[in-house]
Design a protein around this ligand. Sequence first.
Ligand SMILES: Cc1cc2nc3c(=O)[nH]c(=O)nc-3n(C[C@H](O)[C@H](O)[C@H](O)COP(=O)(O)OP(=O)(O)OC[C@H]3O[C@@H](n4cnc5c(N)ncnc54)[C@H](O)[C@@H]3O)c2cc1C
Length: 639
Amino acid sequence: MKPHTDIAILGGGCAGLSLAVALSRAAPHLRVHVLEERTRYVRDRTWCYWNSEPHLFESCVSHFWSRWRVSVDGRSVVRQSSRYRYEHIPADRFYDYAQTCIKNAPNQALTLGARVTSVSGNRIETEQGSILARHVFDSRPGPRVLPENALVQRFTGWHVRTHSACFDPSTVDLMDFQPLSAAGRSTFFYVLPFSENEALVEVTYLDSVSLPLADAEAELERRLGGGFEILFRESACLPMHSVHAPPGSIGTYGGRVKPSSGYAFLRIQRQSRFLAEALARGAALPSHYEPRFYGALDCVFLEALRNNLSNAPSYFVPLFERVPPDTLVRFLSETGTLAEAIPVVRALPQRPFLEAAFRLGDFMVLRLMVFALFVGAACLLSMTPVLVAATFAAILIAVWHGAYDGVLAKPLLEKRFGSAWAQTFAIGYLLLAAAMVLIWFVSPRLALPAFLLYSAWHFGTESQTGQLKSASAATGFCLGAIPIAAACHWHPPEVTAIFTALLRGQQPFAGGVASLAGHLLWPAVLVAGAGRIGLLPLIALELILFRQCNPLLAFGVFFCVWHAPEHLLSSAQDRCGQFSLPLLWRQLRSGVVPWLISIAALGLAVTRGAPYASALFIMLSALTVPHMALNELRRKLVS
Ligand SMILES: Cc1cc2nc3c(=O)[nH]c(=O)nc-3n(C[C@H](O)[C@H](O)[C@H](O)COP(=O)(O)OP(=O)(O)OC[C@H]3O[C@@H](n4cnc5c(N)ncnc54)[C@H](O)[C@@H]3O)c2cc1C
């Protein structure tokens, strides 16, 4: 069926109209149809931004300021720029201008009162009928599912006219921080002074809970103190977290609100321009519009803010105080270079931001650094006595990671079994381990491959946070298979000897399993690396480690320096998924007794010789099965 239009734009708000206007300039030959639910446009909001780049709505600017101020505890920082202005566009001017542009464009149409009810591929259903389009761009608000503990910016504003002169029209108050509320909410006033007795005054809250409108209005009343009339009201709730933008989504729905500031107008103009230019050329549509480092910096900033909202003034005020105004404007508008981000980063308090950066990646960078250190040491020193001693020391840490399984099981089992949770846990755990020992004895040929496969799954899916968050099961499994496959790939004789001991002498079968696993190394690397590019540093370190070192040593380093700490970190998370040092400490203490027993058994095995060692190996591997099963259960219940 022939499409009715080239481009359908769903929702004629800021993003929808901006895209239509950009298309009227860049691609006037394309047929564009905007479908808007409301029946008429009224002034429903105002847009402000720094004019750091040109856009198509410059004629709609009604006011601008070259000075701005941020204040906290009676201390104010005033900055000004001769290059950039803080500009204001009232929505009614914007809507009028956009409607005129669309009316004047021969190939464009805007239908008001057209509520889109569903979209299926390129087919759009409205209450008036269906439309087929070659491209669909959707700006309708998506489902409002806030991530747990999500931070939002809520504001309520009044455009007021006061009876007496009480505003300074030369300077915008961007943030006038108020003392922290009892609820831990960060509050600031925002004042756009149009004249001495006319201004838009807004109260803004940064928090994760909703606040009744009446409370915000009471704050505005308090601030203004009476003697004014309200000309216009606006309020909003803007996300302060990164939004997953479905393909074809634009505007707020397309993640265009900058999470750390709530500004979207310029980002929407940028998106409209890029899309219109690509459509005009028939080129592939762009997937991002700002340099990616801004996204990363935003994440760290928000993580630090979320961790301690009371610190908000101490994060925002130094930015205005210490960073040259033009540099800061470019940074906030995401038009600056990476080099210009350096003074911004330096102006911020270092400790909370470093902590936030480490927390964000589940300490990924720090852990990779430690792992790299150990890989380097293992490769350099190979099997010297120093390294053997170091490996044993590390094993003491690694044993710990399974030693507090009981602590982790408690909250899961207590709900169901009450005070009998401990017996239930111990019996279940030991029965599972005993079953595994039995399988080792009855059918080692079955036990070995099953154990290897389950271990690969466990290593790969242990942390469903950080780099592996939302990765596919195949990516997780292949990542976990790499240490096993790498040992088999580069050290078949040594691995075959270990497998043969486990299989009680069945050498050909052990060799077959080792050879098969070795062949799977590169496919596993390919699937894991392609599934999540961010895993490449870890994969590279694992490959170097197993290529260069004896397999037992390499596995020891992997297990003790990577896997065990990963488990410790992922299980020491509070209910909001935040790493908690007190929780880690509590868990480490609770693991002391089982750990001492494990170490004693290990010591016995090491001093008594090979038969004990092989029995211990089987027992340890049997114990890892309930450990892995428990971890799996915990992960499922938590998610
Ligand atoms: C009060 C307020 C003040 C703001 N101030 C600023 C600011 O100063 N600076 C800044 O940079 N950003 C600001 N923002 C953020 C951002 O710029 C705006 O939210 C902007 O309007 C987002 O554009 P949008 O097109 O995504 O959403 P909208 O402008 O809300 O447009 C969405 C459109 O979709 C329509 N629609 C919804 N459902 C349907 C349907 N089923 N069928 C058809 N149409 C539908 C709606 O009627 C609406 O017109 C502000 C936001 C608000 C709410």
